[in-house]
Design a protein around this ligand. Structure first.
Ligand code: SF4
Length: 366
């Protein structure tokens, strides 16, 4: 007997405003209905098309027959209200992704803020194989759709009861390797008719895909850019980030200069401090010079152990010495050592553990 795939409805969050309007026009509806529908979806966050009480029943039925209001399901939540929380979601094809919610009481960017920060994933797994990262361990599976990116924000807000007002594309995956869907998602996340997070509070974190950085610079949205640098010389970066062999520092900095010229905003360098790998004080001196070239701010993050990886974090005294070299050289730098970040720097770990449990019947702790 021939087995057919069950018909899968399109998540309504997959559609831009213009696309939704075009659908309505095709159905013979008046274009202003789009405003009503968007209000129900993004402002009122309804769970069923039935709740769209100011629409004709026939339109509600047509929407329900063709679209869904969300597909992701929460599998696990780690952490509590006032600490960093990890949320693990199952997608419609059973793949797992995670995002991390950092409450306003914990400074995300080395600075105190009143912002609820969410780190979202952009891919299932990652192809870039950075040697210190849990997400790269299981390899790349697929890009997330734009609605899967948008839904991470909506679901997290629904689960936490709080509005996310700072979003970082820094979870699992390389966001710039999924640029088309990333840009579709950021439109919905940014627009006042959508989730409404200001572009200044949307940060894209990349491992250094130079051509895509230039493409991002050509986009009208003023997104903030963070670069996972983690090495100040090609020699160090080549060892821990294979992407550097394709886009070495000279090529990366050409793209960063272009980004800076176009966007006129400060870039952030993320730098995970790993003992005996990239924490030599000479690296700090080169890093300071590089940061000053593009007026970047440096965020130092002491490494958090990842199951299955050999790296360690340097002592606190050495972390302080590294920071002091940067500051002495006139570089804007912070060291993110606050309690609550342990869970966050090890992106991809929750998913790896959960997948191990799904495939291994022996009991494991989480
Ligand atoms: S650090 Fe980012 S780019 Fe590198 S393997 Fe991990 S998720 Fe991928």
């Amino acid at each position: 007997m021939l087995m057919t795939e069950p018909y899968r409805k399109i998540p309504i969050t997959q559609l831009s405003r213009a696309e939704l309007e075009a659908v309505l026009v095709e159905w013979g509806e008046r274009p202003f209905r789009v405003k009503q529908i968007l209000k129900w979806v993004y402002e009122k966050r309804i769970e069923s098309f039935e709740e769209m009480t100011d629409l004709d029943p026939s339109l509600r039925e047509a929407l329900a027959a063709n679209y869904s209001l969300g597909e992701m399901e929460l599998v696990r939540r780690q952490g509590s209200e006032d600490t960093t929380q990890k949320l693990l979601f199952r997608l419609s094809d059973k793949r797992l992704i995670e995002c991390v919610l950092i409450p306003a009481s914990i400074a995300f960017d080395g600075e105190r803020s009143d912002r609820q920060t969410l780190c979202v994933s952009s891919q299932v797994g990652c192809a870039y194989d950075c040697k210190f990262c849990a997400s790269g361990l299981a390899g790349f599976t697929r890009n997330l759709t734009s609605s899967e990116i948008v839904e991470q924000v909506m679901q997290t807000e629904a689960l936490s009861g709080k509005r996310v007002n700072n979003l970082v594309f820094m979870g699992m995956g390389e966001p710039l390797a999924n640029l088309t869907n990333l840009l579709r998602a950021t439109e919905i996340i940014n627009e006042p008719w959508g989730i409404g997070i200001g572009a200044r509070h949307l940060t894209v974190s990349t491992s250094g895909l130079a051509p895509q950085i230039m493409k991002l610079a050509d986009q009208p949205l003023q997104l903030r850019l963070a670069v996972s640098l983690h090495g100040a010389t090609d020699e160090v970066r080549d060892r821990i980030m294979p992407v550097n062999r394709k886009y070495p520092l000279e090529r990366l900095f050409e793209a960063l200069r272009y980004y800076r010229e176009k966007k006129k905003q400060r870039i952030t360098f993320e730098y995970i401090l790993i003992e005996d790998v990239n924490d030599a004080l000479e690296q700090a001196r080169v890093l300071a010079e590089r940061a000053k070239l593009v007026n970047a701010k440096v965020n130092l993050i002491p490494y958090n152990t990842v199951d299955g990886l050999p790296w360690k974090r340097p002592s606190e005294a050495h972390q302080d010495a590294f920071l002091a070299v940067l500051k002495k050289a006139g570089c804007v730098a912070t060291l993110r050592r606050e309690k609550g970040h342990d869970i966050e720097a090890a992106c991809g770990q929750l998913r790896l553990r959960e997948e191990a449990k799904l495939t291994d019947p022996s009991p494991q702790s989480s």
